[in-house]
Design a protein around this ligand. Sequence first.
Ligand SMILES: Cc1cc2nc3c(=O)[nH]c(=O)nc-3n(C[C@H](O)[C@H](O)[C@H](O)COP(=O)(O)O)c2cc1C
Length: 168
Amino acid sequence: MKIYTPADLGKLPDLPTFTLGEKWMALGAADDGKANLMTASWGGFGTLWGRPVAFVFLRPERYTFGIVSKTEKITLSFFDEESREMLRTLGTLSGRNCDKCALAGAEITVDNGFVLPRAAKPVVFGHKLFETDLAAGRFIESEITEKWYRTGTPHTLFVYEVEKILSR
Ligand SMILES: Cc1cc2nc3c(=O)[nH]c(=O)nc-3n(C[C@H](O)[C@H](O)[C@H](O)COP(=O)(O)O)c2cc1C
């Protein structure tokens, strides 16, 4: 396992950004003894305020939303193709009603508040810098609100500074 710090993020093997929609990742967060993983495919990685950042979009209805609202720490984990079913389960069941990680076969440990899935590579460690709701009146194309927000609450954008990345 290799640790990439902000000084050498440029040497990292590529993280999926434009392919995140097909690749998927697991967002891990823990608070108050509750640790959860949720599949996410909306978001990306880049530079903001002169820092390396990850950004994700969560609907307030998610159990994970309640956890990330209370903690500053998240992990974003990537997996080999054989973990696709695990990610499908993590993106279908809710940690609110069941031991989702166990049912999905995702072994996790929590280290200093960061949720670490055993099979992940790489794992991005982030701390929260910013969050904002996607205000309905800000959308330029009504097609987007009609397609995505006919029901449910619009997503909230969370921006995290990338602290380090663990890679094999
Ligand atoms: C492939 C895939 C990608 C997803 N991406 C997101 C996402 O980016 N943001 C989001 O809020 N929900 C996303 N979801 C839905 C959540 O993963 C799903 O509602 C999950 O059951 C929430 O779990 P929780 O209630 O334990 O937080 C995605 C689901 C799948 C299957």
